[in-house]
Design a protein around this ligand. Structure first.
Ligand code: HEC
Ligand code: HEC
Length: 485
């Protein structure tokens, strides 16, 4: 850490010495307005330093046609770089050999997908100290932060299957012309996801197997929800203006669009695997990619957002739309038409509905979240013992929901040197919320930025990060336990 602050100081004084060229770069940037939220393209981002400004341009002087043409022209190269990075990091093929399924039958992808560096095995890595792994440059790339599919642009990017479904159901165009989601469908959650309600467990899945939209929600939920919850659900499927999806010339869809709805990412109250950049960090290369979390189990959680750490669902609901929709920039938000929700009425209604979204059933767990021995396999039972014992998982993920409702800094940066990959500066990320592990097989990919594609990857990750020295057999048992949560 001490070294890092020296770097910051040096970089700051360095840029002060070179003020004239710095000014020139700034001028150049404002002449060709930066898209979306691109404060730092012109400078080498390898060093740790503050950004030039926290703001993005409000007055766009480039015509929509020119901006679109420029971004479309850059898309193939951005995609090529991203795919190259992904294929170097991971085995992206579809493999689901364990006969493990999500609620409605989508196979769970299996196998460790993070690629090792040459000439080293997982066993060998597991025996090394963080310092040794760092010095010998052996930390697998897939364990480092994952860049957004077009990191310099950032913003919300949805999977194609959701875009198609919304176009068919509502006629809204959620296709961005500048970027597509980079993770293949087989690594994403089930779609449309089932919906379980804490208030009506007797009904099982209440989604009727369809995507809930503003065209069908009333028919499906009238008679099941209270009027307040029903109104909350209405607002959750109502589009509101957002940074990339709006009716101004500073948008990333061909046609002006009213906006995006909460359920366009938290599809059916779960997640469709859409991605975003965090709204709480600057400059751009430090911003974390965020894999959309499920809204299941909000009722038992006490912290919301991986780093924003808001204390209530109401706070987060209000913040999503005013803050996160606009990258934490209230200046452009005002221009694009943010919608202030009434806290006592609308926010309360939205939170009431979100707070009855239950985890999916876990028939092998008892009331305390412990395995029921009569129905569990011996591998699962051994896995549970490891979870509460040698593997230390339960110190942060205690049952019955497998979260401590706190945040922890896993300090993955102990294992690698800072480096820039596709516009994302790989460095320390600080404390992150302990996401619950109940229902975890239903919400891949894993970690706040979705850098891990399978649960097998998470076991290898924690084996290194916590320096557990698990044997291969122990890793398999632990995995068997994670599948039944
Ligand atoms: C990209 C599409 C996207 C849309 C649209 C969206 N969210 Fe989110 N939501 C996210 C992401 C990403 C996070 C994680 C934020 C973080 O880690 O800081 C999140 C987090 C949340 C959380 C906290 C979950 C947790 O586990 O901590 C709640 C609650 C939430 N969103 C509600 C909403 C509501 C209400 C709306 C509509 C006003 C909405 N979201 C719209 C992507 C989206
Ligand atoms: C020191 C606390 C701590 C311990 C111990 C710990 N975890 Fe975690 N776990 C976290 C935090 C914090 C996150 C979120 C990290 C992130 O998103 O970057 C997390 C995330 C996860 C995730 C991904 C959750 C999601 O929704 O994407 C899985 C899976 C997981 N942990 C499994 C385990 C297993 C298995 C063990 C034991 C081998 C373990 N954890 C031990 C704190 C811990």
């Amino acid at each position: 850490m001490r070294n890092f602050s020296v770097v910051v100081l040096m970089a700051t004084s360095l840029s002060a010495c070179h003020q004239s060229s710095d000014l020139f770069q700034k001028k150049e940037r404002s002449a060709a307005p930066a898209p979306g939220n691109t404060p730092n393209q012109a400078q080498p981002p390898e060093t740790e330093r503050p950004g030039d400004t926290s703001y993005i341009p409000v007055a766009i002087t480039e015509s929509f046609a020119d901006m679109r043409a420029r971004l479309v022209a850059g898309k193939p190269e951005a995609e090529r770089k991203q795919n190259e990075m992904l294929n170097a990091r991971y085995d992206m093929s579809s493999r689901a050999e364990a006969n493990i399924y999500m609620s409605r039958g989508k196979p769970v992808q299996t196998g460790v997908r993070v690629r090792l560096r040459e000439n080293v095995t997982w066993e060998q890595l597991g025996q090394m100290t963080p310092e040794q792994i760092k010095q010998q440059n052996l930390f697998p790339d897939g364990f480092m932060p994952l860049p957004h599919p077009r990191h310099e642009e950032g913003g919300q990017v949805l999977p194609q299957f959701h875009i198609d479904e919304i176009m068919a159901a509502e006629g809204r165009n959620l296709l961005r012309f500048d970027v597509e989601l980079d993770i293949p469908d087989h690594f994403l959650p089930e779609f449309p996801a089932p919906i379980f309600l804490t208030t009506r467990p007797d009904l099982g899945d209440v989604s009727q197997g369809v995507l809930i939209t503003n065209k069908n929600f009333f028919e499906i939920f009238d008679g099941i929800l209270t009027p307040r919850q029903l109104d909350g659900l209405r607002l959750l499927v109502t589009p509101f203006a957002q940074q990339q999806f709006n009716v101004t010339n500073d948008r990333r869809t061909d046609s002006p669009e009213l906006g995006i709805s909460c359920f366009d990412c938290h599809a059916n109250g779960h997640t469709n695997g859409a991605t975003h950049l965090d709204p709480v960090t600057r400059p751009q290369e430090f911003r974390r990619r965020l894999d959309v979390p499920t809204l299941r189990g909000l009722n038992i959680q006490r912290l919301f957002g991986s780093q924003r750490a808001m204390k209530t669902v109401e706070d987060f609901t209000e913040f999503e739309q005013l803050g996160a929709y606009f990258d934490g920039d209230h200046v452009t938000a005002a221009k694009k038409g943010f919608n202030k929700l009434d806290r006592a009425l609308q926010v309360a209604h939205m939170a009431e509905f979100q707070s009855i979204l239950d985890f999916p059933p876990a028939p092998k767990l008892d009331i305390n979240g412990r395995l029921i021995p009569a129905v569990a396999t011996s591998a699962e039972l051994r896995g549970e013992e490891l979870f509460y014992g040698k593997a230390e998982c339960a110190s942060c993920h205690p049952g019955p929901y497998f979260t401590d409702n706190s945040m922890h800094d896993l300090k993955a940066e102990r294992f690698f040197k800072p480096q820039n990959v596709n516009g994302r500066l790989m460095t320390s990320v600080g404390p992150i919320k302990t996401f619950p592990l109940r229902g975890i097989r239903h919400s891949p990919p894993y970690l706040h930025d979705g850098r891990l594609l399978t649960l097998d990857d998470t076991v290898e990750f924690f084996n290194l990060v916590l320096e557990l020295r698990l044997t291969e057999a122990e890793k398999k048992d632990l995995l068997a336990f994670l599948y039944v949560l």
